[in-house]
Design a protein around this ligand. Structure first.
Ligand code: DON
Length: 603
């Protein structure tokens, strides 16, 4: 049986390179696409807005908009600044997915800057050669093995070729100046530096020198003025050559850091030189009368957020409201959506991913029929939207990512989630920036306990599955309504879906939708922000967030438990949602997640 599955799988693999399933969207003609999406042109009446995870990054984006730059020009500025002032989350050494709405062409594009595995990688990338078992998770993260070819910058360059209004380069001036002058370390950067500093952040010389005071033992505190001349030098090199990370001396510095022990990686200059960002049409489907667009695989966020919503479409969420029944249905839809994405989503260049079948209305109605209003489904499993045999993947994620969104005066919309994966990625630096550990987003095991091959197993040149869910939502006329997305590892999907339900079904403002409690129903239990009553049976976890105030009431928690749900109460989840919403009069309203340090500001 194992052999049979493996054979089926390898047949699928050999077929798939040519069968990438990209669901197209329908331009302004108004005819429905197979998933009911409808995108039209949108008239712009605003000057623009930026919502990002750090005020310096928001300002850098606004400065570029003010100078006549487009939303894509501003995204380059925001990313350059975030890599400096929020290095725990994203940066030049990481990868990203970006969804762009072009309001004149009525098109939505998905840019893919996901890291690729070295050509020498095999499905045993994270198998300890001595034990034959998967490495301990943190040994995999803090290693050279975990670093893939960084794609965020070349992805931005590709989008700039399409939508840049300024020449490539000056967008980075603000970050260069801040790197040379120094910036005040933010509270969140200081606390995460201290937390990660207790592990291995000090093991690599470059990271130790950057993140520690001169005593070599104390991590840089809040308010410390940190400069970063190597980062400024790297940005200058990028101004001259957008591929400067992938060729020449900076690429060599990356390779050198990756090849250090322990667990050196095999990345080569040839792997770096071969990297290309991708552009496809976005994945779009209808939710009630609206249209939701997101990134394509290997991002699982697009298909997972949309399958949760399209299951919820079978319930009157507006009538259920923010009650135990409403959150029960939201949770059940999430369990079902996560189960499918765990099994079926991976890099479509290696494994066929049938997003259209996963989002099919009748299929998701059959999934919705599993939901009872009284009792939680026990042992949720993936459905069978397609005929492929897949092993069940259980890859975890970590807290180190950033989401930002920008609208410019022409109405061009950017929704971008960007990451080095874990806080401070692989815990290694080169040329002033953190190297990603994105390859730990692959499944460490290549077959599941039934012997079925896991779609998201590592392979040379493959991109690991992501939970990132940059999304753009359109009103029933097909015009831009709002953009949303979040960091938060695999919880991103639940965070993002929550905001769409909050705005469209519960009539909340963007800020109110962001401040709803985070409810993540995945893999047998619900993790949620709950008002802080210590529970004897479940562990209350303080994850360092001020989220008590966003917690779910104990009455709702108890009602969910009475239905059979297992609930892990948390004082805070790692969302960092940023939203820009277009009001009926064309003005923009932003929202920023108070669980992080972001701001939303218009011109
Ligand atoms: O691509 C992914 O899904 C993960 N590497 C994202 C990690 C993350 O969001 C951590 N967040 N706070």
């Amino acid at each position: 049986m194992k052999l049979f599955s493996a054979l089926l799988f390898s047949t699928a693999l050999s077929l798939c390179a040519c069968s990438k399933n990209i669901t197209s969207i329908t331009p302004s003609s108004g005819a429905a696409n197979p998933l009911g999406a409808h995108i039209a042109k949108t008239e712009s009446k605003s000057q623009g807005m930026v919502a990002a995870a750090n005020p310096l990054a928001t300002q850098a984006g606004l400065d570029v908009l003010k100078a006549g730059g487009s939303a894509v020009d501003a995204a380059i500025a925001v990313q350059a600044m975030l890599g400096l002032v929020e290095p725990q989350s994203s940066g030049l050494g990481g990868g990203a997915f970006m969804v762009v709405y072009d309001p004149k062409a009525a098109q939505v594009w998905a840019y893919n800057g996901r890291e690729t595995a070295p050509s020498e990688a095999t499905d045993a990338l994270f198998i300890d050669p001595e034990t034959g078992e998967p490495m301990r998770r943190f040994a995999g993260i803090a290693s050279g093995v975990s670093t893939g070819v960084p794609g965020a910058v070349v992805m931005l360059h590709k989008a700039h070729e399409d939508y840049g209004k300024l020449p490539w380069g000056p967008q980075m001036d603000g970050a260069i100046k801040t790197a040379e002058d120094g910036f005040a370390v933010s509270p969140r950067m200081a606390s995460i530096t201290a937390r990660m500093g207790r592990f291995v952040l000090k093991d690599q010389k470059a990271a130790r020198e950057y993140f520690y005071l001169e005593d070599g033992t104390t991590t840089i505190p809040e308010g410390f003025i940190r400069d970063n001349q190597p980062y400024a030098n790297t940005l200058r090199a990028l101004q001259d050559n957008p591929r400067a990370l992938l060729e020449g001396p900076i690429a060599q510095q990356i390779i050198d850091a990756v090849r250090e022990g322990p667990n050196p990686g095999t990345l080569t200059l040839a792997d770096m030189a071969a990297y290309q960002a991708q552009k496809t049409q976005a994945l779009c489907s209808s939710y009630r009368a609206h249209t939701v667009c997101g990134a394509q695989p290997p991002a699982s966020g697009g298909v997972a957020v949309q399958s949760i919503l399209r299951i919820l479409e079978n319930f009157d969420m507006a009538a259920l409201g923010q009650t135990a029944q409403g959150w029960h249905v939201f949770s059940e839809a999430s369990f079902l959506g996560y189960a499918d994405r765990d099994k079926y989503v991976a890099d479509p260049d290696f494994v066929p991913v049938e997003t259209e079948k996963m989002l099919d209305t009748a299929y998701l109605k059959s999934r919705a029929d599993l939901i009872s209003m009284d009792t939680a489904i026990q042992d949720v499993t993936a459905g069978n939207p397609s005929d492929f045999i897949r092993g069940q993947d259980a890859t975890p994620d970590n807290p180190g990512t950033s989401h930002f969104t920008i609208v410019d005066k022409d109405g061009l919309v950017v929704s971008m989630t960007t990451t080095v994966e874990a806080p401070f990625g692989s815990q290694r630096m080169a040329a002033g920036f953190i190297l990603n550990n994105q390859l730990t987003d692959f499944s460490f095991r290549s077959v599941d306990s039934n012997g079925n091959p896991i779609a998201n197993a590592p392979a040379g040149g493959k991109r690991p599955r992501s939970s990132m869910s940059p999304s753009i939502v359109f009103n029933p006329e097909g015009e831009f309504l709002f953009s949303t997305g979040s960091p938060g590892g695999n919880s991103i999907i639940a965070y993002t879906a929550k905001t769409i339900v909050g705005i469209l079904d519960w009539g909340l403002t963007p800020q109110e939708a962001i401040e709803l409690p985070n409810v993540i129903a995945r893999n047998g239990r619900i993790s949620m922000e709950a008002k802080g009553i210590k529970d004897e049976t479940t562990q209350e976890v303080d994850r360092g967030s001020p989220a008590e105030e966003f917690g779910m009431s104990q009455e709702i928690v108890a009602a969910l438990e009475a239905k059979g749900h297992t609930i892990r109460r948390s004082k805070g989840e790692f969302s960092g949602l940023h939203i820009i919403y277009r009001n009926a009069d064309g003005s923009l309203t932003g929202g920023a997640d108070p669980r992080r340090e972001g701001t939303a500001q218009g011109l």
